[in-house]
Write a new protein. Structure first.
Length: 339
């Protein structure tokens, strides 16, 4: 087994998932402002270091996606952030896209940028300790979107990114996110996600990507957040698994879902339900940002010097999601442990 195939399996090993701590400075500023904490490099580091040094990291987190600022920072003990992550038995990773811009030819849609100079940046991130990367593409759902242009352009960019990453001996996370915004029903989400995945894997094959050395980070099949269709967890699980089985090649070792606007409990419960019926060879796990951090951040903002309770809250969320990778989560456990 090659090094990248081995890393991909470690990232989503049973009981573990990925912490998405790759918020840009702008996004992190919004998150901190929402809890009335000033967004300085020191405060951003302090919050992340609190999470990265918690017990939950050792038991339930297989990889951490970092942002450019964070991967270069040093902790209060003088270790680099990647060293701190590695010491907890987790793998450091890095977000490498430079965000979304208007798609020329369809300005209501988005294209992800960041391919220029990527080869050189990847070499630098590898030296800093990163062993996997992330690139996110986004797709709107409406009566006329996503367009074929959006589906093809973003799939092509994801494949070019993945080829450069594997050339640098790192694992690319492929993240094609069909957004929850809108009033579409669950069937429409299935239809769009199917088209997006089909095109992504067509392009990845064309670019000679070793799929065994990749992780897919997709959306779950959900109704739009403004939809009157309130699908049951069992239906969400059934349709999500059906989509994966039909459109994701078997060589892909792991699927780490994004939470995409779900609440912390919804994200855990839906993942648990998917794993209850998972009859595939895929390791099905999580790659959550807000759904792992939001409660911890709210508590941390009350006293940024007190790590203990914040870490306890993060450990709890990590454990709940860890259990859901084996379909062992229950609402009773959720309440018991948080009490």
């Amino acid at each position: 087994m090659s090094e990248i195939e081995n890393i991909a399996k470690q990232m989503v090993a049973k009981g573990k998932g990925i912490l998405a701590a790759d918020e840009s400075t702008g996004t992190m500023t919004k998150r901190l402002s929402s809890v009335h904490v000033e967004s300085t490099p020191e405060n951003r580091l302090k919050f992340r270091e609190t999470l990265f040094s918690s017990e939950g990291m050792k038991n339930y987190i297989g990889g951490v996606i970092l942002y450019d600022e964070t991967i270069k920072q040093k902790t209060s003990s003088g270790k680099t952030i990647p060293e701190l992550i590695k010491n907890s038995g987790s793998i450091p990773g890095i977000k490498v896209d430079s965000g979304v811009k208007k798609l020329a030819g369809s300005p209501d849609e988005k294209i992800t940028e960041g391919l220029d100079g990527l080869r050189e940046r990847l070499a630098e991130y590898y030296k800093l300790g990163a062993r996997f990367t992330k690139w996110r593409a986004v797709y709107n759902i409406s009566d006329k979107y996503p367009s074929e242009l959006s589906i093809k352009s973003n799939a092509h960019a994801l494949a070019r990114y993945a080829a450069l990453v594997q050339e640098t001996k790192m694992v690319p996370i492929i993240e094609p996110e069909v957004l929850m915004d809108g009033n579409h029903n669950i069937n429409k989400c299935y239809e769009v996600t199917a088209k997006v995945l089909k095109e992504c894997y067509r392009e990845l094959k064309l670019h000679n990507i070793n799929l065994k050395g990749t992780i897919l980070k997709p959306n779950m099949i959900l109704p739009g957040k403004d939809s009157k269709d309130k699908s049951k967890t069992s239906e969400i699980a059934k349709m999500t698994l059906k989509c994966l089985k039909e459109y994701v090649p078997n060589e892909v070792p792991g699927i780490a879902f994004l939470s995409g606007g779900q609440t912390e409990i919804e994200a855990t419960q839906n993942l648990n339900e998917i794993n209850k019926i998972n009859d595939t060879s895929f390791l099905i796990s999580f790659s959550y940002g807000r759904a792992l951090q939001q409660s911890a951040l709210k508590n941390w903002s009350k006293n940024i010097k007190d790590k203990t309770i914040t870490q306890k809250i993060f450990n709890h969320r990590s454990k709940m999601n860890g259990l859901s990778t084996s379909a062992k989560w229950t609402m009773d456990l959720e309440k018991q442990i948080s009490a």
